[in-house]
Design a protein around this ligand. Structure first.
Ligand code: PBG
Length: 337
């Protein structure tokens, strides 16, 4: 076989399997690498004391009271995770049509941020800007005559960002998809002396059914009911439009941009990273996490291995960092090799 002539010369000169033969050479030729530095850990907070409850649709994920948050933060630091994203499960009685609780400087998310920051850890804290945890209808903005109005919502989001920055939030992450909010937020934050607070724009956020378990976790699922967010979140059919969203957010002052969900939108991650070359993040959302975990629990596949493979896919596509509910497990796994 070795000497058999072929149209390309001796059979086969190029054997791609050579580099795959041993673990050391597989490591040497790896093109992308998943590291703990890439991980952002989303956490859900709830009211009460010493309270920890499971989120049924997200195996392994919990809502914890503010007094139990610092220990989570310490674990994140212990395993090298650079940043947390904190999401509040606001009790229904605090939700109103206009979501005024968002502006309460002592609301759940602000208390949580203060608790984490008081621990004095080297750990970034990211907060969503959007009204859906606080509105009785579950929409991300103010509803007037059945429509989520843009400019009035943006004014409120700016106020929301200010109370979060005052609480000590390091990164404001607007997930609302209103037009013009990045520019307005930048001016508002700078005007109040928060020029160091970063803006991570959920730039290409799609109107996705994969957010279902998250809406259970924060209690907005029953609020939104049969409603949807298609008048502001993007149509899953579109990808040029995602580039326009990113371009606008960058022009308005975004420090980092995000694509969300992750796995069905890898092409968007790749296009954004290639076109703009800016810090690009991706959110492995609740539904992606739930699917992989559920299949793992059923014994249909190796759930944790499937999560790692998905995260590796995000890195290969060009992501600089990943929001994942599995961040702590993954960080532990990466450490133990
Ligand atoms: C709120 C928000 C959502 C998610 C993050 N921020 C839900 C939504 O827009 O309905 C989803 C996160 C996930 O599914 O893991 N605007």
């Amino acid at each position: 076989m070795a000497d058999r002539p072929t149209p390309l010369g001796r059979y086969p000169q190029t054997r791609l399997r050579r580099n795959r033969r041993d673990a050391w050479s597989r490591r040497l030729v790896a093109e992308s690498r998943l590291s703990v530095d890439d991980l952002i850990w989303p956490l859900f907070v709830r009211e009460g004391e010493n309270a920890i409850e499971a989120v049924p649709s997200m195996p392994g994920v919990e809502r914890v009271s503010v007094d139990r948050l610092a220990e989570r933060a310490a674990e994140a630091v212990e395993f090298g995770i650079p940043a947390l994203a904190i999401f509040p499960a606001t009790p229904p009685e605090k939700k109103t049509p206009d979501g005024d609780e968002a502006l309460n400087p002592d609301n759940l998310v602000c208390s949580a941020v203060r608790a984490v920051k008081a621990a004095g850890l080297e750990l970034g804290v990211i907060c969503d800007v959007a009204l859906d945890p606080y509105t009785s209808h579950g929409q991300d903005g103010l509803v007037r005559e059945g429509y989520v109005v843009n400019d009035e919502t943006v004014e409120m989001l700016c106020q929301q960002a200010l109370v979060q920055a005052e609480a000590g939030c390091d990164v404001i992450a607007p997930s609302d998809m209103m037009d013009g909010r990045i520019g307005a937020l930048r001016v508002t934050l700078d005007g109040a002396g928060f020029e160091h607070v970063r803006l991570m724009a959920y730039s290409a956020k799609y109107a996705s059914v994969y957010y279902g378990p998250f809406r259970d976790a924060v209690g907005s699922a029953s609020a939104i009911g049969q409603g949807d967010k298609r008048t502001y979140q993007m149509n899953p059919a579109n990808s040029d439009e995602a580039l326009r969203e990113v371009a606008l957010d960058l022009a308005e002052g975004a420090d980092m941009v995000m694509v969300k969900p992750g796995m069905p939108y890898l092409d968007i991650v790749q296009r954004v990273k290639q076109r703009f070359g800016v810090p690009t993040y991706v959110y492995q959302v609740s539904g992606e996490y739930a699917m992989l975990k559920a299949a793992g629990e059923k014994g249909w596949l190796d759930g944790d291995g499937a999560i790692l493979e998905a995260l590796q896919g995000f890195k290969r596509a060009g992501a600089d960092g990943i929001f994942t509910y599995a961040a702590l497990d993954v960080a532990k796994r990466l450490r133990s090799g």
